[in-house]
Structure formats: C-alpha cells, structure tokens
Design a protein. Structure first.
Length: 838
C-alpha cells in the first residue's frame, strides 16, 4: 500500500540563539556551537535541535549512532538551558516495536516553531531488528509489516519533549505486536528511580505513571501519553527495560504510543514536580523546615521520605536537598512517613515519623555534625604521592538503604578518598578512626588512629615507603569500566585518579562496545607522571563470551568510535576479524567460566580433563591471553580457571595468564586487584611503547599480583622463555616480595602433565626464609626440580588472611607465567597432549 507523509525540511537556522519566554525552535545543526554540553554528549553537526527558553534536545539525523541501536533518528542529548549545571547526562533511550527499532529513511522539521506553535521534528523509517537481539535470537524485521514515524514535539514554555511513535499498517490485516519497551541506559552519575523502590529499581517496581533517572544536577522524568502505560520489566547492568503496552494496528490503519520526557534539577523531589506538571496533578501540601546540626543550619543535607503503608512496610517516596539556609521542602500526599536525614561526612539521623493530613506543616530536622581532616601523603623523601585513604570508624556507622541512592562503602568503611597528590581535605562524622594511607602493592601503608571532633580540623601527614623492588616492570589492570559503560558511574577523571592512587601505571580502558581513552582525563588531572592509559575495548557479546582487545586505535568517524562488531559473527569469525583489524593487539578471554553468554569456556564446553569441547566448531585458538583471575585470588580459581589454563598449556595452546579487577566502581571493586606486572624497557609511564607492551603480554612476560610479587629465572631465562634441560634438571632462582602489610606464607611450584597441574615443590614462607636485612623479601633462594619430559613451570605464592582495609575481602597471592622446558633437545616445548578441536 502507498505510504505518504510529510517528511520535513532543515527548519530554523541560528540555533545558538537564546530564546525568550513563549518561543521554541527546531532546525538542523550547522555549527558545533549549536550543540549541547555535557561529559558525554553525542550530537554532531547535521543532527537536529529542538529547544525553548527552558530545555533543549538533540535528535540524530539518519547517520549511524553510538550505542546498541546504530541506526540514527533517536534522542541523543537533553539538558536544561536555564541552568548551567544541568548539562546533558541522558544515555541511549529507545522506543521499540517488538524486537525492532526504527531505521530512518528521513529526518526533518515539520514545524520550526516560529509560528508560536509546538516545534516538531519527524523521523520516518522502517522496522529493523535491534542488533543486540538479532545476535542471539534470529528475528526478521519483515515480520513487522508497518511504516514507522516518530514525532518529537516541544511546546513553548514546556519542560517536556513529547515523543509519539506512530505505526502505519502496510497490510489489510490487523497487526498485533504484544511486547514493546522503552529502553534506557544509565551511568555517569545518572541512576534509575521509581515509585516505592527509589533508587533500588532492581528490587522490583510496579506498573506506574512515570519512570525516572536522577543525577546530581539533572533529572529526567518519563510519563506515558494516552494509552501508554509504563511497567518496569528488568534493570540489569545499567540497562532498564520498561514495557509500554501492546500495539494493535488496524488493517490499513494507524496506531500510536507516546511518552513525554521532562528535565528538572537533580533530586527526586524535582523529578516528582515534573511528573505532576506533565500529568496536570496539583501539588500536595509541603512538609518543610530547617535542617541543622549542633553548629547551625546545614546546607546540602539529603532529606529522605519513606511512605509507611498499612502493613508498616517502608516504601521509598522522595528526597529533597536543603538549600544554603538549611531549608528543605517535600511535597507529600496524605499519609504517614519516616523522614531520615543524611549528608556528606555526617552520620545519618534516626528516622522521624510524621503524618501528613491535608495541610502544610513545618518540621525542623537534625543531622549529625561533621569533622574535617586535612592531609598530605608523601614518600619517605618528602615527595607528594597519589594515594588512597581508607577511614574505618571504631564504632560502625549506619549505612543507608540502597533505595536512598547514597554512596555505600561497605566492609565497615566510612570513607574512601582517592587523592591525586598535594594537600587534600575530607569530612567524616566525629569519632575515632583508623585511617590507612596506601598506594598499591609496591608500597608500605601508613596507618594512624585519630579522634576527630565536631567542627574541628585535624591536620595529618602520611608517609609511604616504596619497599617492593620491581625494576623493568610496570603494573597494569587490563579490564576496567568507566563513563562509556552503561553499568558504571565512574567518570574517567575519577577512575584515573583511583588508578594513580592504587599505583596502577598502565591501565587499559575496556568499556562495553565502545573505544574510549583515559589519557585526556589523565592530563586533566595532572597525573601523566604516574599513569599512561592504553586504549582498548570489551567485546560484550550476549551469546558466547566477553573479550578484551588492546592496544587499539579509536576511529571517531564510526559508531562507538570504531568498536568491533560481533553480531552475526561466530567466535572463530570474530577472532579473525579482530586479528585483521588490529593484528598486533592482545585478544584476551574475559572471565571464561562465567555463564555461557559471558564466559567463552563455558559456552564452548571446554573439558580440562580430556581437552574436548561440547561446541568444537565454536572454538578458536586465536586469543593470546586468559583472564584467569577476575577480581579474585589463587584459592578461588585453583580448581576452575587455573585448571583450564593449565590444561590448555598441556595441549599446546599457549596463552598468558592475566589478573584484572573488572572494576565498574572504584569504590566497591578496587582497581588493580589483581594486577599485571609487565616486563618493559622503561619504568616511566609516559615512555611506554604500546607495541612493546602488547608483545610482552603475548609472550607471557607477565607476573600476576594480588599483593605478592614473584621473580623467577632458570638458566638465565625468565617467564615466557624456553630453557633446555636435557638431563631434566632445572634450578629455579625465586625471589618473593611483599610489603609488610601483606601476608605470604606458602610457595608452590607447578609443572604440567596432570589435570590442575603437578605441584612438584612447596615451601613454607616465614622468618626463616625471609631476608633478615629486608623484611619485604620473603624468599630469595633456589629450588631444584627434575622433570622427565618437556613441560612448563609456574610458580605461585599466597598467604592466609585478607588484604583489608586496602583491598577488602581479598586474598594475597602472586603467580608467574610459565617458563617452558625443552628436555628432548629439539629447541622447543613439545606439549604432551592435544586439543580435540578444529
């Protein structure tokens, strides 16, 4: 059937002009100055802008876009123009038609707003199966016989963009599309918010009139229009799917669904005000008052309201932030509420119960006082250092519920500070604290117990001595997520400061499906002396595993900066694609024993006992490295990924063992546990040659460290090398180092030939094995072994106990990649077993 609809034009010009009340404009962006601002704005010249005197939005043209839908025509950026702090934070936001999204054939302006009526940008296109779904569920776009139009409309004096999804039936039969969703990505300080559960949307939100996203300075409220109902389905890894209702498109007819997206300040209370405005609901009475501590009014206090239902269950309702005079204002419908006050560096108050019954009321509130700690961290030569400070209170402090959306440290910790160097200041509730300054696994810690009093400032200096000697090595974490990953709230500036504080020198940024670069943030923070970023990417398939590629080069002319596409590719095809695109890069198997969609060894069904696979056609040996240790130590992996690695070594698949944090939050998952010490020709981050770094990793010149550093040589050769021992005798020179705060009590030597490795030698590490003149050296001697055939040698050290408070809950350990032994004299390692795979 013929389909005719107005397609639109370029619209208004001069889109950098400030508009007045009653004005609205829409047009094609022709200069960068017409775009929006924010840490991760996506708009480009050629896209479309629609704005008034309050808010502004960017709609993508027909070009390819970043994210999980690469087709264009979607909302990219959204900010307030009347508030310089409320810059765009919105992530990818999609309206689906079943498993499809719109692939545009045209984007244009229908009304530019100069007539005083709402401005309108129209996107016209056809359904295209979302590639993410197509990757593991083959669904044809042709199964949805509709034309699609999305009209983006903004009225003068409005805070809300209305998006109307219109479907036109191509056939003379009714078309039913049962499951349609609004998909949203969070991250970068923007968190999901819903009625009843607050910020803990993973706890299950009921069908409701709105859904929201809240950041520090901006919030987004989304309400359904007309028949559109919003029913949250699932929130996982920074992706929120909200059902919008079924489509029934009449024969040769049209139907539509719509949502309004409104922008407010960065609190749930501001978000709720936007919702009331969009739904034309009158404002309920105010509960207001002043928040104070023992010293006076408190600005910036967080005032939380939980609705108490008839079963005495608390359901999160809203949050307000007190202004510069300490005043707060909550608009609460009739009911009984618990009101709790929290604040940065303050002890959370006990809840106060209030009843709201149709009238405004005043309720002054109190919150704990705060104390100030001013500090410096230096080395033993007096040079300022980046460092981490961990504050553990003598008396545990209450931790806010997840629904409050407040920072939670866990593990009894009251505060963690990532310090870039120089003088620093932080605040904590008054009391006695054990404060530990640390800088990773090459430094001793400085622990001080202090009592900080309300309203007072304590001045502290911490001294960190570098005790572990690692010349010729630099430390790296090769699996990290920050602002370009939807499941991370760490901004790049925060992440690189944490890396410097933890002593990680060559981090690889591996955001999901996006190639990003830490180096601009490193320069912005003045950390070039301490950190050099290596560019990488995590190929995050939802079918057969996750894989890191590094070092690589971004291409900003392509979607997602040139991220490698995996959809529609088998593992062997994908690995081959990686090799063609970046022939010198490391291809690393991440968390290989995760569930099959994210763990490659689980997907292919690797059996380490007999070297077989349940999916042999999906196996490819084109990788160089295995993430044997993912945010975990030796004991956690000895019977799992370590066994897999040993089995592959026995069968001739040589791959370097890697240990990474996979940190999505530097607060909750410490970067650099574990980490990789890579043999390099420089000790200066700025001088690192990325090709040399990749070569060292691929050749196995890596020591994995979770607090313990091991150096091993045999016949003058080191890890990654092959030695000849025709008599089978090998003398291993082993040196084990660890700072005093790290326990190391066991040394083990493994050779190949048995499932899980053959532990051929072991030593107990104690005062008798330590260097009497240098307590850092726990062992420095030789261990002689005899082998009967070609094999590999791996040396491991570990200790009882944990690494708290520096790395909470984790085991100290270290692993050296193999030295290979040639016994038969042919100059190479001949594996004793084979893999049963193509």
């Amino acid at each position: 059937m013929p389909f005719e609809i107005e397609r639109g034009t370029a619209g208004a010009s001069g889109l950098s002009s400030t508009l007045s009340k009653g004005q609205v404009r829409a047009g094609k962006v022709v200069a960068a100055g017409e775009l929006l601002s924010g840490i991760k704005v996506e708009g480009k010249v050629g896209d479309f802008k629609i704005y008034n005197d309050r808010v502004a939005f960017i709609i993508a043209s027909e070009r390819g876009t970043n994210g999980y839908s690469p087709f264009g025509g979607e909302l990219l950026d959204a900010q307030r123009v009347d508030d310089s702090q409320a810059r765009s934070l919105i992530g990818e936001t999609l309206l689906t038609i079943g498993a499809a999204v719109l692939e545009p054939t045209s984007v244009g302006v229908i009304n530019d707003g100069s007539d005083g009526k709402p401005a309108l940008v129209r996107v016209v296109g056809t359904p295209r199966t979302l590639p993410l779904i197509e990757g593991f569920i083959p669904i044809s776009s042709a199964a949805t016989p509709v034309h699609i139009v999305i009209d983006y409309s903004l009225a003068p004096d409005s805070d809300a963009l209305e998006s109307t999804l219109r479907l036109f039936n191509k056939t003379r039969k009714e078309v039913k599309i049962p499951l349609n969703v609004l998909g949203m990505l969070a991250g970068d300080g923007l968190d999901f918010f819903a009625d009843g559960v607050g910020f803990d949307v993973g706890d299950g939100a009921a069908e409701q009139s709105y859904v929201g996203l809240v950041g520090a300075d901006i919030s987004y409220a989304i309400v359904g229009v007309g028949k559109t109902q919003l029913k949250p389905l699932i929130s996982e890894s920074g992706v929120w799917l909200v059902e919008t209702g079924a489509f029934i498109v009449p024969a040769a007819g049209e139907t539509s669904r719509g949502v309004r997206l409104s922008i407010g300040k960065g609190t749930p209370e501001a978000l709720r005000a936007q919702v009331r405005s969009m739904l034309t609901i009158s404002s309920p009475p105010a509960l207001s008052g002043t928040v104070s501590d023992g010293a006076g009014a408190v600005a910036g206090a967080h005032v939380h309201a939980e609705l108490i239902d008839s079963t005495d269950r608390r359901r999160y309702y809203s949050k307000a932030i007190s202004d510069s005079s300490g005043h707060y204002d909550l608009k609460l419908p009739d009911g009984k509420y618990d009101i709790t006050v929290s604040g940065d560096g303050r002890k959370m108050s006990d809840p106060v119960t209030v009843t709201v019954a149709g009238a405004a009321q005043t309720k002054d509130l109190s919150v704990g006082e705060t104390a100030t700690v001013q500090f410096e961290v230096k080395d033993d030569g007096g040079v300022s250092l980046p460092a981490k400070l961990t504050f553990v209170p003598k008396t545990a402090l209450p931790e806010p519920p997840r629904s409050f959306g407040e920072l939670r440290y866990g593990g009894g910790v009251a505060r963690i500070v990532f310090h870039p160097g120089g003088s620093g200041t932080t605040t904590v509730p008054p009391g006695e604290y054990t404060i530990t300054a640390s800088r990773g696994f090459e430094y001793e810690v400085d622990t001080q117990t202090v009592t900080v009093n309300a309203g007072q400032t304590n001045n502290l200096t911490f001294t960190l001595r570098r005790s572990v000697s690692t010349p010729g090595y630099m430390s790296g974490d090769f699996h990290l997520h920050a602002q370009w990953s939807p499941d991370s709230n760490d901004l790049n500036t925060m992440k690189v400061t944490a890396l410097a504080a933890e002593g990680v020198e060559i981090p690889v940024n591996t955001d999901h499906e996006y190639i990003s670069n830490y180096n601009p943030a490193i320069a912005q923070m003045g950390l070039q002396k301490w950190v050099r970023g290596i560019v990488g990417e995590e190929l995050t398939t939802f079918a057969y595993g996750h894989f890191n590629v590094y070092p690589i080069v971004a291409d900003d002319s392509k979607p997602n900066n040139g991220a490698i596409p995996w959809i529609g590719r088998t593992p062997p095809e994908l690995f081959s694609d990686v090799r063609k695109a970046f022939p010198d890069a490391v291809l690393q198997i991440n968390h290989p024993r995760s569930v099959a969609i994210s763990g490659y060894f689980s997907y292919v069904g690797l059996d380490p006992t007999n070297g077989t696979f349940t999916k042999p056609d999906a196996w490819s040996g084109l990788f160089n490295a295995i993430e044997v240790f993912n945010d975990s130590g030796w004991s956690n992996n000895k019977d799992g990924t370590v066994r897999d690695w040993f089995a592959l070594l026995d069968r001739g698949k040589i791959a370097t063992a890697i240990g990474n944090s996979d940190s999505h939050s530097a607060i909750s998952t410490e970067v650099g546990y574990p980490r990789n010490f890579v043999a390099l020709s420089t000790d200066e981050p700025a001088n690192v040659n990325t090709t040399e770094m990749a070569t060292s990793v691929k050749e196995g010149r890596v020591v994995v460290s979770g607090g313990i550093f091991i150096d091993v040589s045999a016949n003058g050769k080191k890890h990654g090398d092959t030695i000849t021992a025709q008599d089978g005798k090998v003398s291993l020179a082993i040196k084990v180092q660890a700072p005093a705060w790290v326990n190391a009590d066991t040394l083990e030597v493994y050779v190949g030939g048995k499932v899980g490795g053959d532990m051929i030698a072991t030593r107990t590490l104690d005062s008798s094995t330590a260097d009497p003149n240098n307590a850092t050296v726990r062992f420095d001697s030789t261990i002689d072994i005899t082998v009967s055939k070609d094999t590999w040698i791996v040396v491991v050290a570990y200790g009882a106990g944990k690494l708290d408070p520096v790395v909470r809950g984790q085991q100290p350990f270290g692993v050296v990649n193999p030295i290979y032994v040639d016994v038969d004299g042919n100059g190479k390692y001949d594996p004793p077993l084979t893999l049963t795979a193509p």
